[in-house]
Write a protein that binds this ligand. Structure first.
Ligand SMILES: *Cc1c(COP(=O)(O)O)cnc(C)c1O
Length: 370
């Protein structure tokens, strides 16, 4: 084994997803200074591409330095103040994490619970808001990567806004793979990651804040607990301070911005609609193959980007995944949390959602399980 030369795996797990050569090449371009006008132009373009992929006009749309969890913390620390009442949908690992992060911000969290693999009907959320009329924010995961459940978001903001609260959405495994309309769906704050359906290496977390969220941040009584993720300071770098110039906050991950810009260009070259449709088609193809092998899906409303299936009776969980990796170079995910030992998670994200990969993983699984 030579650890200096990572193998070329077929990444079909819960992330990271396969990265196209164009994105890796972009990563290796010369490093500019973070205040160099050339870099600032690249950053501006990246934010504009993010707006297109998020389908939003929100000015406050930018890549937070850090992975998806940094985006989650950024949304939470800026929108929640100690003592705020918050509702968080918990039906898997990431909903559970959002609850934990909100609590660390001093929020009183009213968890909205559903069995793992299930989703929240809009009526249940409306019901919970009625029971907790002082709620200031509702946090929900669109693509719960731990269970493969696809939470509907359209129509939710109307209910949340009528109750005077903000809607914050985790779109880490949906951005670039599932329908997601930040403006049409009136989402107030959203975060994602680079290494799932955008097919970029991990390291940045695209976030976007709408007018209601900005109003909430402007009305804060206390500074956010996090210095690094304080949007009131970050925006002076990303969009310019009082005099219009960029104010140094922290050194931007320059080369990761190149990579993200390239990944977003690839998304838009394919076309958002065509890309979302491709994810749907590849999911259907995988599903037909798995069900033909007698393997069933766990969630009732399955994501296209993440296929969470029951481990067949008698199959060796770790042994099967190890053989897929060693013999075929394929990575799939094991179960997370309460699904450990019970589920496999096959990701078809971005560059990885191809007919070649679907047929490869089906064939490999057939051989290993035989
Ligand atoms: C992967 C993921 C995260 C965390 O992202 P990291 O990049 O691992 O920090 C958060 N939420 C969901 C739904 C995810 O799938």
């Amino acid at each position: 084994m030579n650890n200096n030369h990572p193998a070329e795996r077929v990444l079909l797990g819960p992330g990271p997803s396969p990265v196209p050569a164009r994105v890796l090449q972009a990563l290796s371009a010369p490093t500019l200074g973070h205040l160099d006008p050339q870099y600032v132009a690249i950053l501006d373009e990246t934010c504009e591409l993010l707006r297109q992929v998020y389908q939003t006009k929100n000015k406050l749309t930018f890549p937070v330095s850090g992975t998806g969890m940094a985006g989650m913390e950024c949304v939470a620390v800026n929108l929640v103040e100690p003592g705020d009442e918050v509702i968080v949908g918990v039906n898997g690992v990431f909903g559970g994490r959002m609850k934990d992060v909100m609590q660390r911000c001093g929020a009183t969290v009213h968890p909205l619970e559903a069995p793992w693999g299930e989703i929240f009907p809009l009526e249940q959320i409306a019901e919970t808001l009625k029971r907790h009329p002082r709620t200031k924010l509702v946090g929900i995961v669109q693509a719960e990567t731990s269970t493969g459940a696809h939470q509907p978001i359209a129509g939710l903001a109307e209910i949340v806004h009528r109750a005077g609260a903000l809607l914050a959405v985790d779109a880490v495994t949906s951005l670039g793979g599932h329908e997601l309309r930040v403006d049409d769906w009136e989402i107030d704050a959203i975060y994602s990651g680079t290494q799932k359906c955008l097919s970029c290496p991990p390291g940045l977390s695209p976030v976007s804040f709408g007018a209601r969220a900005i109003e909430r941040m402007d009305a804060r009584k206390q500074k956010p607990q996090s210095w690094y993720l304080d949007v009131s300071m970050l925006k002076q770098y990303y969009f310019g301070g009082g005099g219009g110039g960029r104010v140094y906050h922290h050194t931007a991950p320059i080369n990761m911005t190149y990579a993200l810009r390239e990944a977003l260009l690839i998304v838009l070259e394919e076309g958002l609609e065509a890309r979302i449709e491709r994810h749907a088609r590849m999911h259907q193809r995988l599903r037909r193959g798995l069900e033909g092998m007698g393997i069933s899906y766990i969630p009732t409303h399955s994501l296209h980007s993440l296929n969470c299936i029951r481990i067949p009776e008698g199959a060796d969980d770790a042994g099967t995944r190890r053989r897929l990796l060693e013999e075929y170079g394929i990575e799939i995910g094991g179960g997370l949390g309460v699904m450990a030992g019970k589920a496999w998670r096959i990701g078809l994200m971005g560059h990885g959602a191809t007919q070649r990969n679907v047929d490869l993983v089906l064939t490999a699984l057939q051989h290993v399980l035989a």
